[in-house]
Write a protein that binds this ligand. Structure first.
Ligand SMILES: C[S@@+](CC[C@H](N)C(=O)[O-])C[C@H]1O[C@@H](n2cnc3c(N)ncnc32)[C@H](O)[C@@H]1O
Length: 187
């Protein structure tokens, strides 16, 4: 009898279950650099596919009200543990981003780091308040090594814009693309 392949959620849960609470990865420097320059500074954010929340924690430490969404309850559990240890508040929600998204009040910032689902890009607009910003930063196919697999990499030049948002910054270097795009100020 062949064993069933683990689901995506089981794979990520297993990965986060083996991550020591004190072995937190640093946030991606190009992401924090771009976030630091945002004018006006965001007061609220969604961190999508947040995992164990290295960027959510960075934002919360700077006074941003963050809600982290991810498929993995184990990853979000780690995030909650790390937030509590620092006296920070970060909301968490277990959900599958490939399914319909919940109706939520929009926020000033939507962050998507190291996660690729092109269908999600068309739905970021709806999560943003007027004038809000989406920041997407993920792997490109010139990142050395086998991980992540091709399915989770952008081709060079593939990410140019996000539907219904105006591109403000676009860069591709050292195996990652970063795109920052803003929603218009009309409601
Ligand atoms: C490479 S990790 C990136 C985590 C985080 N953004 C960071 O930069 O550290 C990818 C994350 O995507 C999440 N994920 C994968 N498929 C998902 C889905 N369909 N819906 C929500 N989250 C998903 C995984 O659980 C994992 O936490």
């Amino acid at each position: 009898m062949t064993e069933a392949r683990p689901t995506e959620r089981e794979r990520w849960d297993a990965r986060y279950a083996s991550e020591a609470p004190d072995a937190e990865r640093a946030p991606e420097p190009r992401v924090t650099e771009a976030l630091s320059r945002l004018v006006p500074a965001p007061r609220s954010a969604f961190d999508l596919a947040a995992g164990s929340g290295r960027h959510s924690l960075w934002l919360a430490a700077r006074g941003v009200r963050v809600e982290a969404w991810d498929l993995s309850p184990v990853g979000l559990g780690l995030l909650a543990q790390r937030a509590a240890a620092r006296g920070l508040e970060v909301g968490t929600r277990v959900l599958d981003l490939s399914q319909e998204l919940p109706e939520v009040p929009p926020r000033d910032l939507v962050l998507v780091v190291d996660y690729l689902d092109p269908a999600l890009h068309g739905r970021l607009h709806a999560l943003l308040a007027p004038g809000g910003v989406a920041l997407v930063c993920t792997f490109t196919d010139d990142l050395p090594g086998p991980h992540p697999s091709r399915r989770f990499r952008l081709r060079r030049g593939e990410l140019r814009s996000l539907p219904r948002l105006t591109t403000e910054r676009l860069e591709e270097r050292e195996g990652r693309a970063l795109l920052l795009a803003r929603r218009g100020t009309e409601p």
